[in-house]
Design a protein around this ligand. Structure first.
Ligand code: SAH
Length: 346
């Protein structure tokens, strides 16, 4: 591997030694990359020139911001980044009372095929490297001048479909010597790749696992999410029980409400019946309509009603506050509209 920003401190130490330098140099380089967020070796002023020269064979991955949209309503910012190979991805910066949160992408495109999601329409192009996940946060912190305290892996892509890179990303993000973001301030969202949930549980991380449920039973779930044909809700919920038993972390269930599809009283009751024994929290998201599909978002009233029905069954529920609704809407839409624009210019 030559991607220096994806290396752990141990790997960096091995590299520095192999280049004929003292291991303590690794800590300095690591700090420049992951704490000071510099973009070139020339800025690493405490390194000997000979080492800096040798390191130039190990490119520093830096994303280029090609477009930044800022919401006039709440200051939410959407960033469109270009990767070294020309692919583009998007990330979002949101301001909350408890701090600034960045939503990052984990893949270029996605192969999960959820019917309501814009990110999956062109399929999967490739997985992101740990450095490319990290640099979304590093660039946003640098460009905005604001400290990032929370990270959610809820942008384009299925993080558990890029498992090894995700784990490496988590370690570099949360360990000392880098941004050192608390694992408790990190959320990873998955459509429910069951074997990977078990793997993740065994890591005993203190991050939050969010599961995209979106339906109260397998039949309805299969209509919205092709992945539901592979793993049943029962298998997913058992994996969640295991995740809690290993980590003690409460599970978040995401539930996007689609008018007339999954937002009825009976849906709420059925859902509550299945998850009531799990230490969990449900996050309701009125679906963001995308151009390519005909799904309609539930009315404000239907969302409130769904919340009340779940609460009556003893479930913790929140409704996701909408942010940046005046800038390129739902997940993956900024990237898509950019690609369509450049495509038509060709
Ligand atoms: N692949 C992961 C993470 C990315 S999607 C996952 O499936 O969880 C992040 C969340 O946004 C998921 O819950 C996803 O189902 C939801 N989502 C995607 N498109 C949406 C839309 N148009 N409206 C509402 N929620 C959407």
């Amino acid at each position: 591997m030559t991607d220096i920003k994806s290396m752990t401190i141990e790997e960096l130490s091995d590299l520095v030694v192999s280049l004929g330098h003292k291991p303590f140099r690794a800590k300095q380089i690591y700090s420049w990359l992951h704490e000071h967020l510099v973009t070139s070796y020339d800025e690493m002023t405490n390194l000997p020139g000979t080492l800096r020269e040798k390191l130039k064979e190990y490119p520093v991955t830096v994303l280029e911001a090609v477009e930044i949209q800022t919401s006039r309503l709440d200051g939410t910012q959407k960033y469109l980044f270009r990767l070294n190979d020309g692919n583009v991805i998007e990330s979002v910066l949101m301001h909350y009372k408890h701090g600034n949160s960045v939503c990052i992408s984990s893949q270029v495109g996605c192969r999960m095929g959820c019917r309501f999601c814009a990110s999956t329409i062109g399929g999967l192009t490739r997985c992101l490297q740990p450095s490319e996940m990290l640099d979304q946060i590093y660039r946003i912190q640098t460009l905005s001048g604001e400290r990032v305290s929370n990270v959610v892996v809820m942008g384009t892509g299925e993080p558990l479909d890029n498992y090894d890179n995700l784990l490496r990303f988590i370690h570099i993000l949360t360990e000392e010597g880098g941004l050192h973001i608390s694992q408790r301030n990190l959320t990873v969202s998955t459509c429910g790749l069951v074997p990977r949930i078990y793997d993740l549980a065994k890591e005993k991380l203190q991050m939050t696992l969010a599961i995209s449920l979106h339906a109260p039973n397998d039949e309805k779930r299969r209509e919205l999410m092709p992945v539901a044909r592979k793993y049943s809700m029962e298998e997913i919920l058992n994996a969640c029980r295991y995740y809690f038993s290993e980590t003690g972390r409460r599970i978040t269930f995401e539930y996007s409400l689609v008018a007339g599809v999954n937002d009825g009283d009976e849906d709420a009751r059925e859902l509550a019946g299945k998850i009531k024994d799990i230490n969990c929290h449900v996050n309701l998201i009125p679906v963001n309509p995308i151009r390519e599909r005909t799904y309609v978002r539930s009315t404000r009233q239907a969302v409130e009603n769904f919340k009340i029905k779940l609460e009556k069954c003893g479930i913790n529920v929140t409704i996701r506050r909408e942010m940046g609704s005046d800038i390129d809407g739902a997940c993956g839409q900024l990237r898509k509209s950019y690609m369509e624009k450049t495509e038509s210019e060709k």
